[in-house]
Design a protein around this ligand. Structure first.
Ligand code: ARG
Length: 596
């Protein structure tokens, strides 16, 4: 039963009867739960429109309402209040508990989409760092949110595995004698491990700024890899495998799992035909030896007159051209992303492709999106959505760095959140296992991130995030774990399964009413999160929901209740809360521990 829908329908009938436009209907959750659950404020706007008093309008709307799920009352000067009957709230909860999806409605069939989601974006040979944390966190949850609402989702981590870092690493490995055997069969190779890569790439990356010759060599090697030339290609594959194994392990710790482990290299074979499509349609020109496509629209990229002839050319509303080929013929980031859109459309024909990437890459994606639409690689009807996320800052408000000012590695962050969680656990006298600390740490970090809108920067404050009180992941986990042990103590965990719990809940007091209304809000927040492309509404509603249960839990003697029917109602209500918390935390991609 969708309570809000029923109320809106009855308002619609009343409005139509009175000759009011149904576009003027507003129905919101009331912020005074003691008085009302829902509130309709339409009378004010209608009164203005029709030159009557809000009170007269409101009373006539009320007189024409046909519904029997709520008590309706008037509040001066023009509010219509709805208080849902306890019996109806009980019915809502009892039917939710009997449903696998807890009554959560999917999108209407015609709105369901097939979506390719591109997130993660780790780079082969380069260490994962803090800049890579938000993409898997936000992306995984958006993917799960899309799925639970009935969309078909294909997730692809789109590894950065086709860029200069490949050539740089190979050149450095060669100089340090790791790959001699690849070039000369009489020689031996040294074992390459992840640690090797973690040393060699940064070394090479630094060297390329000081050593022009080395940089040139790396560029040539990159091109060799892109041409699949041996032994460069073989060395590349070795590096890729070592990297991918570690990347997978780290993502799994964060509860991120991908359908596809494709990368920039996957569409490499499509670059030539795709570039040809641009050439054939006359969309390209050469610029200083490179092949480019102009995508600027009217009013963009207007040259600003130089003061001195030597000044760099500046532009008003800059929108530089898209580079398809560098002057040395190598593919660039734009090219592989464009070819990837071609590949995804060929293989999956999705309604939408969504990218969860650092917001500083906005221009890159705008480039690719414009280019593929121009060339007809993406059909007009296809939505290409860039979800750009903001920076993770430290408590000092500046981008989060190590004490020495270096970028923090992802593994170090995972360790940091675990030790933050361990500290809280030992403060609370809970003996912990490594897994529990990881589960709590991940929830702390995820909730801390996802309760903000993606595009906003946020402050990474693990002490605050890991607290068991307040709007945090561990608080949600704690509420769930508490119910777990309650149900265990009641020895009803097994007995109270879906069907047996049916019709057990009987809402009887304000605390229970609050749980019921917050449950309805929680189930509604999935759609709000979906529409906003932000998990923040879900996080907020989940917190309110968990808090409403805590109040009930603290005020009610559950296990010692003598009246069997009441006790069963309390337990069934608790079970529903647990299930709803699990459903939401599953979308947020953290787990609810058995005990905490
Ligand atoms: N590897 C890129 C980076 O580290 C992110 C990839 C994002 N996805 C994409 N299709 N470009 O910045």
């Amino acid at each position: 039963m969708n309570i809000k829908k029923i109320l809106v329908q009855s308002l619609e009938e009343s409005f139509l009867h009175l000759g009011y436009s149904i576009d003027d209907i507003t129905l919101n959750f009331s912020n005074k739960p003691e008085i009302a659950d829902f509130q309709c404020n339409s009378a004010f706007a209608l009164a203005k429109k029709h030159g009557a008093s809000p009170e007269v309008v409101a009373t006539s709307i009320m007189a024409n309402l046909k519904q029997d799920i709520a008590e309706v009352s008037f509040a001066k000067p023009g509010f219509i209040n709805f208080k849902i009957k306890d019996k109806i709230l009980s019915e809502v909860l009892n039917s939710a508990i009997a449903d696998v999806k807890l009554g959560l409605e999917e999108l209407p069939d015609e709105e369901k989409l097939k979506v390719v989601m591109d997130y993660g974006g780790a780079n082969v040979a380069k260490e994962l760092h803090i800049g890579h944390l938000r993409s898997p966190v936000i992306g995984e949850s958006l993917a799960r949110l899309y799925k639970i609402l009935g969309n078909e989702v294909i997730t692809d981590t789109h590894l950065g595995d086709w860029g200069l870092q490949m050539g740089l690493t190979i050149a450095q490995l060669q100089d340090d004698g790791y790959v001699d055997g690849y070039f000369d069969k009489s020689k031996k190779n040294k074992e390459i491990t992840l640690d090797t890569l973690n040393e060699e790439y940064p070394k090479a990356s630094k060297r390329k700024c000081e050593d022009e010759e080395f940089k040139k060599k790396a560029e040539i090697y990159t091109k060799f890899v892109q041409d699949k030339k041996d032994p460069y290609w073989q060395i590349y594959e070795t590096i890729r495998n070592i990297s991918v194994e570690r990347i997978k392990a780290n993502y799994e710790k964060l509860n991120c799992f991908f359908d596809l482990w494709y990368g920039e290299s996957t569409s490499a074979g499509l670059v030539e035909p795709v570039v040809q499509m641009f050439i054939d349609q006359g969309l390209t020109r050469t610029h200083e030896g490179a092949l480019v496509v102009d995508v600027a629209r009217e009013g963009e990229n207007i040259p600003i007159e130089k003061k001195n002839p030597d000044d760099t050319q500046m532009y008003k509303n800059p929108m530089p051209p898209v580079y398809l080929k560098k002057s040395n013929g190598a593919d660039v980031y734009d090219t592989t992303d464009i070819a990837t859109i071609y590949q995804r459309n060929r293989d999956f024909n999705p309604d939408k492709i969504m990218y969860v990437v650092d917001k500083r890459q906005a221009v890159h994606f705008e480039h690719c999106f414009r280019a593929v639409k121009m060339a007809g690689i993406s059909p007009e009807s296809q939505e290409l959505q860039f979800v750009g996320y903001g920076t993770i800052n430290g408590t000092d408000g500046k981008p989060f760095k190590t004490r020495s000012g270096d970028t923090i590695k992802l593994e170090d962050i995972i360790n940091l959140i675990c030790s933050g969680a361990e500290k809280k656990l030992s403060n609370n006298g809970i003996s912990e296992t490594e897994n529990l600390a990881l589960d709590i740490g991940v929830a702390a970090m995820k909730f801390g991130d996802l309760s903000n809108d993606p595009f906003k920067d946020y402050v990474f404050d693990i002490d605050k995030f890991a607290s068991f009180e307040g709007k945090t992941g561990p608080y949600i986990q704690y509420t769930g774990a508490r119910i777990n042990s309650l149900l265990k103590k009641a020895k009803l965990t097994d007995k109270l399964d879906y069907l047996e719990a049916l019709k057990l809940i009987s809402i009887a007091d304000q605390n229970q009413r609050n749980i019921a209304i917050n449950f309805i809000k929680l189930q509604e927040s999935y759609l709000t999160s979906y529409k906003n492309t932000s998990l923040s509404p879900l996080c907020n509603s989940l917190y309110d929901f968990a808090s409403s249960y805590s109040k009930f839990y603290n005020d009610t003697r559950i296990l010692t209740e003598q009246d069997e029917a009441k006790k069963n109602s309390y337990l069934a209500l608790s079970l529903l809360v647990l299930k709803a918390i699990k459903q939401a935390s599953d979308v947020l991609a953290f787990v609810i521990p058995e005990k905490m």
